[in-house]
Write a protein that binds this ligand. Structure first.
Ligand code: ADP
Length: 687
């Protein structure tokens, strides 16, 4: 390709305007990517710090939120403890999610819960609470006289009366009571309630309060007694019995049997509440009694199980500036508050429900961790259980801190795996190279096609110019002859009849030439408008080719050529008759035009598979292989226009090509310079 001045300018602009900036940008990007690795490292250090801070803040916030909730609840407790103690009072107690129990102390003494307070009677509305026996007294007697003379005797009396033979040998008193209880249960199951109650009264008049088992048995006896009354439908008596047990319980000073008492009262109150004929006000009173009493019993249970720990915590001064401090042993976490609104002697101690507290704080931590995906970390509990994140053995530990004092949680932050960053950088580099290559290829191909396009345009322009000169020459030559002969005849110079005949014959021939030329031009322009102007129909191509053959064979014969045809009838195609006619005409006329005598021309049509084949073979001048791809171009003629001996417009094969294209047919050419050519057109057969 020759590079003209303009092209050179174009290339320079191209290189300057696109390639240079691209190269510079790419270079800068490479630098950037390399910098990024450094930045990522730096970023990570900052992120890690921010993550840690955010975690600590989240924990601190949630903790102080819980503490404040406890504070509010305890403030309420401080202001109206007596309401909560009032039996039958509807005051609701605020429970705090994450807190098991709250205690109020004054001068180291438990103020709330105070289940032994007399408040239960004050406003109870159950003025008829009367103990069935002076249990306290009996308890004293029992304690003083460990050999209770009444129990075995009473029991043995029954046995002697033959009511039931029980072959028991009692090693100790617990066993005695156990076996008596067994007997009572037997009667109870047999619905022999009176017998059972008789035995129960004996048992209840000799309560054994030493040791857990005994206390437990006492409540078992109480519950059996209560159940029997319920079974007997003596609801009123059952209520009164329950209240008498309550009174006896409140008068006791020993708090060892809290769990079994809790079980008794819980089940007795629940049954009472299910009595159908219980008046509404009593129902409400029992309901509130159950709520307040059970909660307080629950608190007392916690208190009695952790008494020593509570003692330590009470004695420990609160040094924390917001007046809250916490302490923990293996099982219990206690939160102590001594805030300004409490008098110096008063303290609130709350027992934290470890699981609920943990769940609340873990929830916050999780939501923080969600927004810091890139920071490798793990949070473990003291018992080594992983709470969040992932333990890593391969990455080195950067920081290890305790993030929650209350819960003993440890946060470990790991070094970010540089391998990852490196991998990412490498991937980006590859992407960058890829993009660069792509850009380069696009630019190169783009330029190549652009040059080709420009060149083609230029060629076309020159061909059009050629065409004009050729056409005007072609038009002028016959016109000159026509003008000359007609003038001669008009002036009367030609007198002889033979001459007149000869000249008018020549005029006619030149006019035909003109007509053909103009016809070709019109045909071409018609093709330029494409298939829209066509009239599509199913037609026999052989008939069309036959017509052309008949019209032109004389020209060949006159030229001294041998022309033969082999037509297969019924070569149906979908097409436009006029267009197909000019295709056949151009190919056959070319064969005649470019073959010198002596020579042969063969025209064939045939059906082959699902195709219709049209082939024109000549033994003419042939076409050089370098020219073969050009000859179908518009206005293209082989060789220099001025030195050409044959006349033509360079439009014939262009028309053939266009017709074939619009008919979806293919053209192939086999030709050898000096030997001849075969043009073959293959149409799709129309069934
Ligand atoms: P034209 O014949 O008017 O020059 P065409 O488009 O029909 O234009 O043909 C283009 C060129 O292809 C011709 O100039 C000629 O050199 C060459 N050509 C076409 N047909 C033949 C043939 N059968 N044998 C040899 N050369 C041919």
């Amino acid at each position: 390709m020759k590079v003209s001045k303009n092209n050179l300018l174009f290339i320079l602009l191209f290189a300057g305007g696109i390639i240079l900036p691209t190269a510079i940008l790419s270079f800068l990007s490479f630098r950037n990517i390399q910098n990024e690795m450094f930045l990522a490292q730096k970023n990570f250090t900052e992120n890690r710090q921010a993550f840690q801070n955010e975690l600590e803040d989240a924990i601190a916030n949630e903790q102080s939120k819980i503490f404040n909730e406890v504070k509010t609840a305890s403030l309420f407790l401080y202001e109206q403890p007596q309401h909560l103690l009032d039996f039958g009072n509807e005051t609701e107690f605020k429970s705090v999610d994450g807190i098991d129990a709250i205690f109020l102390f004054n001068k180291g003494q438990l103020v709330y819960p105070d289940i032994f307070s007399k408040h239960y009677y004050k406003s109870s509305g159950f003025s008829s609470i009367r103990p069935t026996a002076d249990t306290k007294k009996l308890y004293q007697v029992e304690k003083n006289n460990s050999q209770d003379p009444r129990l075995p005797k009473a029991y043995m009396n029954r046995v002697q009366r033959g009511m039931r033979l029980v072959p028991f040998f009692f090693d100790n008193r617990d066993d005695q009571i156990q076996s008596i209880l067994g007997l009572i249960r037997f009667y109870y199951k047999a619905k022999n309630y009176n017998e059972a109650l008789d035995l129960l009264r004996i048992l209840e008049q000799a309560p054994h309060q030493q040791g857990y088992l005994t206390a437990d048995l006492t409540r078992s006896a109480n519950l059996l007694h209560f159940d029997i009354l319920v079974e007997q439908k003596k609801h009123k008596e059952a209520q009164e019995y329950c209240l008498s047990v309550l009174k006896a319980f409140l008068e006791e000073t020993d708090v060892d049997d809290i769990s079994s008492s809790k079980f008794f009262f819980e089940s007795a109150f629940t049954q009472i509440l299910s009595f159908e004929n219980l008046p509404q006000d009593k129902r409400e009173a029992f309901w509130n009694l159950r709520e307040n009493f059970n909660r307080q019993l629950g608190y007392m249970d916690i208190f009695s199980k952790n008494q020593n720990f509570f003692q330590e915590v009470i004695e420990d001064p609160v040094t924390n500036k917001d007046g809250i401090s916490f302490s923990q042993n293996d099982e219990t976490i206690l939160l102590k508050m001594a805030y300004p609104f409490l008098s110096g002697d008063q303290q609130v101690i709350a027992k934290i429900d470890r699981d609920a507290f943990k769940a609340r704080i873990l929830g916050k931590i999780k939501s923080v961790a969600k927004s810091w995906k890139g920071v490798p970390f793990v949070i473990v509990e003291k018992n080594d259980q992983v709470l969040l994140g992932q333990r890593s053995d391969s990455s080195s530990v950067i920081n290890q801190i305790q993030i929650s004092e209350v819960l003993n949680w440890e946060l470990t932050l790991y070094e970010k795996d540089m391998q990852d960053i490196r991998k990412e950088t490498r991937q980006r580099m590859f992407l960058m190279y890829g993009l660069m290559l792509f850009a380069l290829i696009t630019v190169v191909f783009g330029s190549f096609f652009m040059f080709r396009f420009i060149n083609q345009e230029r060629k076309l322009l020159s061909m059009k110019a050629n065409f004009l000169s050729s056409v005007s020459h072609e038009l002028k030559t016959p016109l000159t002859s026509i003008k000359m002969f007609s003038e001669m005849m008009a002036r009367g110079r030609v007198q002889k009849v033979e001459k007149v005949q000869e000249y008018s014959g020549l005029i006619g021939k030149e006019a035909t030439r003109l007509e053909n030329l103009i016809g070709a031009i019109l045909n071409y322009t018609r093709m330029e408008h494409g298939s829209e102007a066509f009239k599509w129909e199913r037609l026999d191509f052989t008939i069309c080719a036959q017509k052309v053959f008949d019209a032109v064979q004389n020209i060949a014969i006159e030229k001294g050529l041998e022309i033969t045809a082999s037509f297969e009838p019924g070569c149906y195609v979908m097409g436009d008759y006029t267009a197909l006619y000019s295709l056949a005409q151009n190919l056959i006329e070319n064969a005649i035009k470019y073959t010198n005598a002596p020579g042969e021309i063969t025209v064939r049509t045939l059906n082959k598979d699902n195709q219709v084949v049209f082939a024109v073979t000549d033994t003419g001048v042939g076409i050089d292989s370098s020219e073969q791809k050009n000859i179908f171009n518009d206005f293209y003629r082989v060789g220099d226009e001025m030195t050409r001996s044959t006349k033509g417009s360079g439009l014939g094969l262009a028309i053939v090509k266009r017709v074939a294209e619009t008919h979806r047919a293919t053209i192939s050419l086999v030709s050898k310079l000096g030997k001849g050519s075969t043009f073959t057109v293959r149409f799709k057969r129309a069934e």
